[in-house]
Design a protein. Structure first.
Length: 133
């Protein structure tokens, strides 16, 4: 898919993503460098909830990452709300690092231009990324 002249980098997960969403737990701005300046985006983590129709009482936590030309909606499952939330938080930096905008050094957490890179993304999100030991 192409969105605003760029390849769409993340697709909406069709599994378990319905029209119903829980309340926003936390959000954090993110900015994309464009020719005209810094365009705002948003990282949103939703409240964990029991997975609908779960036979084992699994929990899910939805995340949404968006900036101009990019949209990624995912969820992470856990045995309880805490685990679902922790794993979802750990997923966010990895999803950002997988984008062309990150690799091209066009993302920042502040519009002042403090560019996200592989050295500082762990510090900014104060979390271990999935795959870290």
């Amino acid at each position: 898919r192409v969105l605003h002249g760029r390849r769409r980098q993340c697709i909406r997960s069709s599994v378990g993503w319905g029209a119903r969403m829980t309340a926003v737990l936390v959000s954090r701005p993110i900015f994309l460098r464009q020719d005209t300046g810094w365009a705002p985006g948003l990282i949103t983590i939703f409240m964990p909830e029991l997975e609908p129709d779960s036979k084992h009482g699994s929990w899910q936590c939805h995340i949404k990452i968006e900036w101009p030309g990019f949209l990624c909606e995912k969820r992470h499952l856990g045995m309880d709300a805490y685990q679902a939330l922790e794993l979802a938080l750990r997923l966010v930096p990895g999803l950002i690092m997988a984008t062309d905008d990150f690799r091209n050094r066009n993302l920042a957490l502040w519009s002042s231009g403090n560019i996200l890179d592989s050295a500082n993304i762990r510090q900014f999100f104060d979390a271990r990324i999935l795959g870290d030991v």
